[in-house]
Ligand binder design. Structure first.
Ligand SMILES: [Zn+2]
Length: 100
């Protein structure tokens, strides 16, 4: 192998090494964001209204998803029944007031 080829091979390896590093860094950054979101209690679900992140909150044993962006509250099937059943205490109205 000539010196020229060796040099080119070296550059190629460096190039691919750098590309790999970039890919790894990107993946790490992605994973970090996902981990942080998880730690903050943000689910990977997106708000159907504004595309904001939905945050899972627990109110009196009922899990609800609230949008961090528009403040929308999303309920899974069956959850609305649980919410209305517990409405007596007025916590649901308090939740809305807190969002103002
Ligand atoms: Zn939203």
């Amino acid at each position: 192998m000539s010196g020229m080829d060796e040099r080119r091979k070296g550059l190629e390896e460096e190039y691919f090494h750098r590309k790999n590093q970039e890919a790894i860094e990107k993946l790490r950054a992605k994973m970090k964001v996902a981990e942080e979101a998880k730690a903050a209690g943000i689910s990977s679900m997106k708000c159907p209204r504004c595309d904001g992140s939905l945050k899972e909150s627990k109110f009196e044993e009922v899990l609800i998803d609230t949008c961090e962006k528009c403040g929308g509250v999303w309920l899974d099937s069956g959850e609305l029944e649980q919410v209305t059943r517990r409405e007596k205490g007025g916590w649901f109205s308090r939740l809305w007031q807190e969002k103002e």
